[in-house]
Every structure is written in structure tokens, then in C-alpha cells.
Write a protein that binds this ligand. Sequence first.
Ligand SMILES: [Fe+2]
Length: 397
Amino acid sequence: MDLFSKLSLFRLPQTILTGPGTIAQLGREARLCGADKVLVVTDKVIRQTGLLEEVTDPLNESGIAFEILDGVTAEPPFELMERLAAEVSGYGHQLVVGIGGGSVLDSAKLLAVMAGNPGADLRSWVGTDKIERPGLPLILAPTTAGTGSEVTNIAVLTDHSDHVKKGIASRHLLASTAIVDSQLTRTMPPSVAAATGMDALVHAIESYTSLRASELTDGIALQAIKLISRSLRQAVLGGNNTAAREDMAMGSLLAGISMGNAGAGAVHALAYPLGGKFKVAHGVANSLLLSYVLRYNAVANLPKFAEVAKAMGEPVEGLSLRDAAFSAIEAAARLAADVGIPAGIADVGVGQADIPALAEEASKIDRLLNNNPRRLTLRDIEQIYRDAYAGRGASGS
Ligand SMILES: [Fe+2]
């Protein structure tokens, strides 16, 4: 056996603060990062909901000066990031704070690192470990429960030249501090809670069954699957359910830690082209494909998929290993349906004729496909899209 075949890497932000109300610690954390002038990165939705005050109040109380940049859009393109970096280049800030969903947090990460690498070509960073120097310290506070971006070393941008989402992964994208405060998720509309919550579930399942999974990530991923499976329905449908919101905030954080270290797999690889070409929200695209990819993957690691089913609350006692593993497929499909996400990709405007191009695009995403527990050929990928088109796959073996 190759000496390094069991080598695993585990990276985290320096500090992770969790619990309702922890955003009040922001001023103290900013001071500990050595900052007295801060750039706050957000979007117009967060400004309208009043959540921005959750960040500006503690900064004011600590006497820290700040500028607000609210120009981040959903699924940000490379050009936007270059424009925003130019806009803030004269601010003289020493720390970047991101408050928002995945697009905002990814943008905050990139703006922090761009400040430390003036003149660098953003496109040359696509891939892994291509960023030369560290950037400014970074504090991230998610307002959705799903992206996990606050604890990962990845930022995703949309490339308008080929309509494909491109990932930038680097140790320099890890936050100094992640503040995961479930109260910040209180303004999420149910559709966003559903999509981001399913994204978090996919992070947990894919990282647990990833070929890069390790003892360091397995327990974290399983706990994420448990928390999300038991509370997503209530968080989406149950109105102001604070306990469910706390479960989802913690589940999403754990799923992000696991995914950030063990990686995601084929669900994400097949979802990216749906996001790029059909503008399907990331969490919805993942959710649409989850049960179909599970159906393909389950046979490749029956014990682990049986554990997934168990963590999802399925009654696996007395079942054969195969039946237990396959019950995860039904469980995932039921959860997605209960929170209002369609069952197949035809529902989001994909035609059968689009499938070969989607499969071609997905087949290039080796960064994710290499983690998947079962090998995929181009034909396999096409077949999964066809199953997802026809709405087949949730019926087990
Ligand atoms: Fe994701």
C-alpha cells in the first residue's frame, strides 16, 4: 500500500462561535483580529431585512469604523468581483466581514484575499492552491443554514464566457472567525430554507461517503445528517421554530466542516451545469439530483449508505444491508418533496435534448467526481440525468 494513501488533511477557521446571539461578539472578534477599520460585505436583501444592524451595532459599540459594500449579487461572476475589489481598494480596511448567504460569503472571502494579492488575475486562481499570498483577516456570518461557506476554503464564481461555475480552493480562503448564530437565519423565506437545507444535507451525505472521508470527518458528517433530517421540515414549514433553526444552523456548520475536508461528489458535479446553464439555485439543483445519484452510488458502499439511512431516521433494524442502504434513497426523496422541491429536472426547464451537453460539462469536474464513491463514465452521468428527467430513481433498486 502506498505510504500516503491514508494521508488526510483537516483544516478549519481559527475560531468558530456558535449559538443564538453570538453575533454580538463581532466587535470583540474584530479587535482580536487587530482591526479598527472594517469592510462589511453583504447584499441588498440583507440590508432590507434589517439583519445588517446585527453587524453594525456591535462594531459601533466597539468603536470600530466600517464601510458597507452591498453590491453582491446571487451567483456572482468574475467581472463583479473585479469591479467590487476596485471599488474598495482605497478604503484602507484591515479586516473583511461577510454577512449573508453563500454568494456573499464567497465574495467576502475573495475580496479579503484579493486585497493581499493586488493585480492578481482572478481566473488564474481557479483550481486548488493557486493563490500566492494570504489576504486580510476575515470574519464570516451566514444568514442561511446550508452553504457551509463560512468554514470551507472554497469560493465559487460564475463564468459568463461558458456559463459554467468555477471553484477556487485555497487555504487562504479560510476565515479567521466563523460566527454561526441561528438568529441570523430568522428572515429566510421558506423556499430558501428548503433549498439551502437540502444543500447542507447533500454536503453531509457526499462528504460522509466521499473517497476522501476519514475518521476526522465521519462523525461530524453523521451528526449533520441527523440534525438536518430531524429538523429541516419544521425549519421550513413550522413558522418561528427556534429549536429547528438551531439544529439547522449547527447541521449546516457540521456539514460544511465535513465537506470542506472530505469534499463533495457527483451530486455537486451534476448540479453545477444546471446552475450555470439553467440558473437553477444551487440548493435546488443538488436536491433535484440527490436521490438519483444515491441510487447510483449506494451499491458502491452499502455499509456507509446504510448508516446514512439510519442517521436520517429510517427504520433499518432487521433489514438486509442492501435494503437499509437503499432506504436512504426514499428518505432523501421524501424529505425533498415535503419541503416543496420538485422531483425531477424537467420541472426546472431542462429538456431531454439538453442532457448530452449537461453530461459533457459535468464529466469535466474531476475535482468532485474523483471523490465520488462510485466511478462515473460519461454514459453513467447521462443516465443519471435521464433518470432525474423522468423522475425515476426514488423507487429503490
Ligand atoms: Fe453545496
